[in-house]
Design a protein around this ligand. Structure first.
Ligand code: HEM
Length: 170
């Protein structure tokens, strides 16, 4: 897209990479901290880890996620990135958002079920974050050309169907 914002593309990319690096680092580091929420550790250590993970999630990782998604959305329009690799990237971003929610759930349940909470296995959440991160990095850096992919006829051709309501015409 040619427009007044085009010269700002490198700045948006730099901002995007900075925020997504924070987001991804948080999604790997937080589960590792959360796995230390063992009921066997001392009350003081438990409270300290609880505070750190809570503030890291709410003041660091979640704002970074929102800013990474927002700057990525702006970049889609600035770079005219309406391509199959981009749509596949969004599927993996969705998986990353689910992992983000899972980590948030662990932070909350750790706070609300003090003493009873069983920490998740230290490997599960980092792996759930790592797989989509690797897939996204591969897609965005390689930008594979999916034009050779053959879709079923019913997905690529109009089927002459009728919407059950009147669509507004321009
Ligand atoms: C809704 C979320 C996201 C959207 C809409 C989005 C969109 C974009 C767009 C349009 C670009 C510019 C691509 C180009 O034309 O070169 C870009 C760059 C990039 N994105 Fe995202 N992105 C999102 C999330 C992420 C996440 C979660 C990661 C990593 C885990 C990521 C990694 C990157 C990287 C590394 C680049 C730089 C590529 C380069 O300059 O060669 N993005 N993103």
């Amino acid at each position: 897209m040619i427009g007044p914002l085009t010269p700002l593309v490198p700045h948006f990319v730099a901002f995007h990479v900075l925020t997504l690096a924070l987001w991804c680092a948080g999604l790997i580091a937080l589960p590792l901290m959360l796995s230390r929420h063992d009921p066997a550790i001392s009350q003081a250590d438990y409270a300290r880890i609880r505070r750190y993970t809570h503030f890291a999630y709410t003041l660091g990782v979640t704002p970074a996620a929102v800013l990474a998604v927002a700057s990525g959305t702006v970049l889609v329009f600035l770079r005219d990135a309406f391509t199959p690799w981009m749509f596949l990237k969004l599927v993996f971003v969705g998986a990353l958002v689910l992992t983000h929610g899972w980590v948030g759930h662990t932070v909350t349940s750790m706070e609300e079920t003090q003493g009873l909470h069983q920490p998740p296995h230290p490997v599960l959440q980092p792996v759930a974050a790592f797989i989509p991160i690797l897939a996204i990095l591969f897609l965005v850096l390689d930008k594979p050309d999916f034009s050779e992919l053959r879709f079923p006829h019913w997905l690529s051709q109009p089927q002459g169907g009728q919407l059950p309501f009147l669509a507004p015409s321009r």
